[in-house]
Design a protein around this ligand. Structure first.
Ligand SMILES: [Zn+2]
Length: 159
């Protein structure tokens, strides 16, 4: 049992930034009572760690893939972003967030968030679903909340 932690937060993560540290991400999700929302069009990676089947195995119900939020042109690296179905995907993410009252970590592969399609998702979430500004999740945050590093990312814990 985990008590809901308020307020609900929206984070975003490019997993390329945290290499193979799924263990730290898993710890973060538990402690923040958050869900990992995979927004890759194809939830596959060269690294077996970041493939959907492994994420589901390790994270269980905390892993959610929303293909509607995927970028059909994902292979073009940020040029010409085209969402599979942004409206439907946002609806789905919002429903999950409020019904389960959990924070979300919107995840793609890209370390460069400014050129990743997740920015459009975050903007839309902020505009339509809630007024929660998203917060980038970086390795230092994950280390900190897992108690493995005393570095404090400004903004993560100041309510
Ligand atoms: Zn991306």
């Amino acid at each position: 049992m985990y008590a809901p932690i308020y307020p609900i937060r929206i984070y975003d993560l490019g997993y390329a930034d945290i290499k193979d540290r799924l263990d730290l991400l898993a710890g973060f999700l538990e402690k923040q009572d958050a869900l990992l929302v995979d927004v890759r069009f194809k939830p596959w990676s060269k690294s077996p760690i970041w493939r959907a089947e492994n994420l589901r195995k390790v994270l269980g119900d905390r892993y959610v893939h929303i293909p509607a939020l995927g970028n059909i042109n994902y292979s073009e690296h940020g040029e010409n972003i085209q969402y599979a179905n942004l409206d439907r995907g946002i609806q789905e993410a919002t429903r999950i967030m409020w019904l389960q009252s959990k924070s979300l970590v919107i995840m793609c592969q890209c370390w460069d968030r400014d050129h990743c399609h997740r920015m459009g998702i975050l903007k839309r979430l902020e505009e339509t679903a809630c007024s929660i500004p998203s917060q980038p999740l970086v390795l230092a945050d994950l280390r900190h909340i897992n108690g493995k590093d005393i570095h404090i990312q400004k903004g993560l814990f100041d309510d």
